[in-house]
Design a protein around this ligand. Structure first.
Ligand code: GLU
Length: 317
């Protein structure tokens, strides 16, 4: 049997926070408990928001927690740059060309305001479902519009249900045309979109297991459809619960007091790992442990299915 290959795919747009640490621990345990390998890919596509110093800190924070990887960013060698999305633009241009030849792409000139018109319906992830306004423009109309505005590139989705079984959440399905709409593969500023880069990279890097936060569950049908178009096998997906702040918001990089920089001054790595494992449902009580010690205890059956609300005392450390 082919061995499992899991991955960490963080965006280095800030210091790692508690929610990222939780997800990274689950990704590591999931792969290691099945005898698998892990790769680290830096999703630093957005030049406005990504910083190399955050990427370096991210690697340091993962290692501090006891989470290692076998391939990718930070592993010395010629190929390291292959694992930084900002250095893979040529690859993404090729990936886009493959879809162009299938006549699935079209330029979209809509402005943000046009897209967010009051009546625009929204998908489950809050994104506007695209009306298809630019889909049927004639060649002349496109040429005229191109004089004034650089277009984004969209892909035309089929009226088709994409269904898959998530290893944590069970069956999930979406009709691409009705629940999502034609989506962007390259933004009007030329930056390749997350959906294109992540699907292409998981495919060419041979990732067979994807563990990530449940906020990305609704991206998965789009990614499965792209995999089929490019001819990649479908990885096994596990969408882990999110950690929610006491007010029900999802923890984010804005919660500075819960980033690893602040946490590391208050708590040791084994204590932190023990807390995260307890919250996830892997440990029956909170105790200091290393990720290694959790490997034999790990089972997705134990992991909570719903997002985890943290109350104030839980965050008091
Ligand atoms: N880079 C994304 C993030 O940090 C995760 C992408 C993925 O796991 O598919 O949110």
């Amino acid at each position: 049997m082919e061995s499992i290959k899991g991955r960490f795919a963080p965006s280095p747009t800030g210091r790692m926070h508690l929610g990222n640490a939780f997800c990274a621990l689950l990704a590591w345990l999931s792969a290691r408990s099945q005898g698998g390998r892990l790769l680290l890919r830096m999703e630093d596509l957005d030049p406005q928001r990504s910083r190399e110093r955050y990427a370096r800190m991210l690697m340091e924070d993962l290692l501090w927690m006891g989470l290692d990887w076998d391939e990718g960013a930070g592993i010395p060698g010629e190929e390291e740059k292959q694992y930084w999305q900002s250095r893979r633009e040529e690859e993404y241009a090729k990936a886009l060309d493959l879809l162009k030849w299938q006549e699935l792409l079209y330029p979209c000139f809509c402005t943000r305001a046009e897209l967010h018109a009051a009546e625009a319906p929204h998908a489950s992830d809050g994104q506007v479902i695209y009306s298809g306004r630019c889909r049927e423009l004639t060649m002349e109309e496109r040429q005229e519009k191109e004089k004034h505005r650089r277009p984004a590139i969209r892909i035309r989705v089929p009226d088709e249900m994409i269904s898959f079984t998530d290893g944590c959440r069970g069956v999930y399905e979406e009709n691409l045309a009705w629940d999502c709409g034609d989506f962007i593969l390259r933004r009007s500023d030329g930056v390749f979109a997350y959906q294109l880069a992540v699907t292409w990279d998981d495919g060419v890097m041979g990732v067979s297991q994807v563990v990530r936060g449940s906020d990305l569950l609704s991206s998965t049908p789009r990614q499965i459809w792209l995999q089929r178009l490019w001819g990649f096998p479908q990885p096994q997906y596990y969408h882990a619960p999110l950690l929610l702040a006491p007010d029900g918001r999802r923890l984010s990089k804005r919660d500075g007091d819960l980033d690893l920089g602040a946490l590391r001054s208050r708590i040791g790595p084994e204590e932190l790992v023990g807390k995260l494992a307890f919250w996830a449902g892997i440990l029956p009580k909170e105790e200091a442990v290393t990720p290694r010690e959790l490997v034999s205890l790990f089972d997705w059956e134990k992991v909570k299915k719903q997002d985890i609300l943290l109350d104030t005392p839980m965050l008091d450390f």
